[in-house]
Structure formats: structure tokens, C-alpha cells
Write a protein that binds this ligand. Structure first.
Ligand SMILES: [Zn+2]
Length: 175
């Protein structure tokens, strides 16, 4: 015996043996129903048609909810209590840009490995700083962007410093 059939399932069936509207809605909403009710829908033309209608309604409803959520009014309402957005995308972008900026040094590995390592270390420090700032509740979307900008600037600065350093060192080598 299916353990689910031991549960209260009378609400799922009407007097004619078909599924109740509640059971149809539950199925359409991917809620669990008893195995026998699920099996009935598969074999009963009437109930499977009702389920198809209900599923379509659910899909339409979801689409309407999404459209509503995307409306400018809803966005404005959502933005207020959630003013503090996650800075992670900015941090990720900063890390990528910072490391890309260090790429010329990476190309001349292993000599420039120390520069690259310094760049990564700096990026990691910035990451930590942003993380701390988030927990300090200082980080709003604007400050996240500022942190990201600082990180990008730091990454580029290290890369530039790295290539200058390399230049200086190689000049020294030739001298
Ligand atoms: Zn039926």
C-alpha cells in the first residue's frame, strides 16, 4: 500500500469519483496528491482536461504576477525596503577587470608572477573590505559601486605598476 494513500485524500475526490477543483488546482500547482488521484487524472479524460485548463490558468497567473512585479510601480516599491543590493556582481566584475588588467604580466610568466600575485592579493583585500562593509551596513548600491570602482582602479594600478616595474627591471638588466 502506498503510504500516501493512508493520508486524508477524501478532499481530492467528488461524489462522482472525479477530482475536486481543489485537487485539480493542487496538481496544477505541483502540490502532492495521492497516487490514486494522480493515476485517475491520467486515465480520466474529463479530469485531465480540467487539469490542462488549471495548469494554463496557473501559468497565465504566474505570467501576470511577473509582469506586475516588473512594472515600474512595483519596482519602486521593491526598491525601497531592499535598497541595499548585493555588491557581489560589482565585486566579481572588479575582480575580473583587475585580473584582466594584470594579464599582460601574466603573459610573461613566470617572471611577472609576483606582480600577478600582488594584484590578486590586493583584489582579495578589497573583496574582504567590501564584505566587512556589507556587514557594517554601510554598503548601499552606490557605495558598492564606489568599492567596485576602487577595486578596478587598484587592479589597473597594480597592473600598470607591474609593467613599469618590469620595464625598469629589464632596463636595469640592459644597463
Ligand atoms: Zn475524472
Amino acid at each position: 500500500m502506498n503510504p500516501q494513500d493512508g493520508l486524508e485524500t477524501r478532499w481530492e475526490r467528488d461524489t462522482g469519483g472525479h477530482l475536486t477543483d481543489a485537487a485539480i488546482e493542487a496538481l496544477a500547482d505541483a502540490q502532492p496528491v495521492s497516487a490514486s488521484s494522480a493515476a485517475h487524472v491520467e486515465t480520466c479524460e474529463t479530469c485531465s482536461a480540467r487539469l490542462a485548463d488549471a495548469a494554463l490558468r496557473t501559468t497565465t497567473l504566474h505570467r501576470e504576477i511577473h509582469a506586475l512585479a516588473a512594472s515600474p510601480q512595483a519596482q519602486a516599491a521593491l526598491a525601497r525596503p531592499h535598497a541595499r543590493r548585493s555588491p557581489l556582481p560589482y565585486i566579481a566584475a572588479a575582480l575580473i577587470v583587475g585580473l584582466l588588467a594584470s594579464a599582460p604580466s601574466a603573459a610573461s610568466l613566470p617572471r611577472q608572477l609576483s606582480t600577478l600575485r600582488a594584484a590578486i592579493k590586493l583584489q582579495a583585500a578589497g573583496f574582504k573590505q567590501v564584505g566587512l562593509a556589507v556587514f557594517d551596513e554601510v554598503s548601499g548600491p552606490v557605495s558598492s559601486l564606489l568599492f567596485a570602482a576602487v577595486l578596478v582602479a587598484a587592479g589597473v594600478a597594480v597592473a600598470v605598476w607591474g609593467s613599469k616595474d618590469k620595464e625598469r627591471r629589464s632596463n636595469h638588466g640592459f644597463a
